[in-house]
Design a protein around this ligand. Structure first.
Ligand SMILES: [Zn+2]
Length: 265
């Protein structure tokens, strides 16, 4: 379920993501009546079996049958899991409203809710993995290892430092080699740098199955910084920010180069 809006005293209008029909808008008549067959069925984060009818070219269908298929109870037992699951749903809502909707997206969102429901550790790395995989599905995955423009190796600018950084431009699509970093900069695009270790972790988060990211047990700081990176990249390309992510992303960029201290050697 992507959205749920009360309608009248007892009914609901819901937007659901389906594997075969993309995004569907349905009226659930009397859903709030205790004796309704939909009572307690249309809850967040569950997988449902629904059947509906739609007349003529009306966008709004009428829900006929609704059954709970998979309930993910764990997600409502901790605030951080609940928030992460909310972000998954909000992002699925944002991309399907923009007209992207297919079987793969359904599978990714459902898989993310499953993985969050079974997670033993904090959800940040898992959520970052979901966001990067979503970007990939939209054809917007950042270049994390090689140059976004030419595919050549994109070396760190300060290889000897404690935390080496590589040129990166969100507008160009990711990490850049020195030539294309200069070219992008000369054409007025914003080019910064990001820690190579965070880009490498993001690459892992993009390629590893979501369950593995939970088992990997990354230090909190690393998970948070990869999530910060993925969230900002997504924010830039979707031009919309999920409400559940707004506070996290309102903080200063956690991957910004630390201000040089005057007493540093
Ligand atoms: Zn290049």
């Amino acid at each position: 379920m992507l959205r749920r809006t009360p309608f009248g005293e007892t009914s609901l209008v819901v937007h659901v993501l389906t594997p075969n029909h993309g995004r569907v808008e349905l009226m659930a008549k009397g859903a709030h009546r205790p004796r309704s067959r939909f009572f307690g069925v249309l809850d967040w984060f569950d997988t449902l079996e629904l059947s509906w009818v739609r007349r003529g070219d009306s966008e709004l269908g009428t829900l006929r049958e609704g059954e709970l298929h998979i309930r993910r109870r764990q997600l409502t037992r901790s605030l951080r899991s609940y928030r992460a699951a909310q972000t998954v749903v909000e992002l699925a809502d944002l991309v399907t409203r923009a007209g992207f909707s297919d079987r793969e997206q359904f599978a990714l969102a459902e898989g993310a809710l499953d993985a969050l429901d079974r997670a033993q550790g904090p959800p940040s790395a898992l959520l970052a993995g979901f966001e990067l995989k979503l970007l990939e599905q939209l054809g917007l995955a950042p270049a994390l290892v090689t140059c976004a423009t030419c595919g050549a190796p994109a070396a760190a600018v300060d290889p000897g430092s404690v935390e080496p950084r590589a040129p990166f431009s969100t507008a160009v699509g990711g990490r850049l080699c020195p030539i294309h970093a200069n070219e992008a900069h000369a054409s007025g695009l914003r080019v910064g740098t990001l820690p190579v270790s965070i880009l490498e972790s993001a690459q892992l988060a993009l390629s590893a199955p979501l369950e593995e990211l939970d088992r990997a047990g990354w230090p909190t700081d690393r998970s948070i910084r990869v999530l910060d990176f993925a969230g900002r990249f997504l924010d830039h390309h979707l031009e919309a920010r999920p409400k559940s992510h707004a506070r996290f992303l309102a903080a200063p960029d956690r991957n910004r180069r630390p201000a040089s201290r005057p007493d540093a050697p």
